[in-house]
Design a binder for this molecule. Structure first.
Ligand SMILES: *Cc1c(COP(=O)(O)O)cnc(C)c1O
Length: 210
């Protein structure tokens, strides 16, 4: 997937013309503006930290939400999906980096979240949510062994929870790997790497959230 955050519509179109269809953004307003201007067959991935009050803006068109880091966020996505009568595909974000700043659940929170979803489904909730896999970001580190072991940890967590996902025969999605560590991520079983700067060049302004 091509991470086009901060990049102009013209850059996205250049890759689109080469056949790229999956693009990732992590600012809601920027995603909504770009989606309105670009071809409708683009599959838009939301990869940032998502605030609950902003779910409604992307719910009508988003292809896959990667950063679901709490059960409360999933409840809000479910509510918007029900309203639209549209199934929304989600990945649960797991905190695998040593750094405190990264979002995501730990293993216990992941288990709790899946338990709560199963519970809700008995009561008829989450009918429009499809949980397809896990997403994570390793530490920004020169220490390749450390990065490798964080990525390996995410792969083993996916193996554990795979039977609890909504796969209907599809393979689970393991979204991990960025420009700096995609090779290690592929080695550790990633099947969705998120590449920004190696495709588009360095970004002009730093990442924030929302
Ligand atoms: C920006 C971003 C990427 C892409 O990072 P690059 O280092 O530019 O390849 C991947 N994943 C997430 C969640 C991001 O925010």
């Amino acid at each position: 997937m091509a991470v086009s955050k901060t990049k102009p519509v013209s850059d996205i179109l250049s890759l689109y013309e080469l056949g790229q269809r999956d693009f990732g953004e992590n600012y809601v307003q920027e995603l909504v503006e770009k989606q309105a201007q670009l071809p409708s067959d683009i599959r838009w991935h939301y990869i940032g930290h998502l605030q609950r009050n902003k779910v409604k803006f992307i719910a009508p068109f988003v292809h896959l939400i990667h950063g679901v880091d709490s059960f409360r966020l999933l409840q809000e996505i479910s509510k918007q999906a029900d309203k639209l009568n549209r199934t929304i595909q989600c990945l649960l974000q797991i905190h695998i980096a040593a750094e405190e700043t990264k979002f995501g659940m730990d293993e216990a929170e992941l288990t709790d979240c899946l338990d709560s979803v199963a519970h809700g489904r008995v009561a008829g909730q989450f009918q429009h949510i499809r949980l397809l896999g896990l997403m994570g970001m390793a530490s920004f580190s020169e220490d390749r062994e450390k990065v490798r072991s964080e990525l390996a940890g995410l792969q083993s967590m996916l193996k554990k929870v795979e039977p609890r996902l909504d796969l209907n025969g599809d393979s689970p999605i393991l979204s991990m790997g960025m420009s700096a560590d995609y090779d290690l991520a592929l080695e550790q079983g990633s099947n969705m790497i998120r590449i920004g700067s190696s495709l588009f060049g360095a970004r002009q302004y730093p990442a924030s959230t929302g």
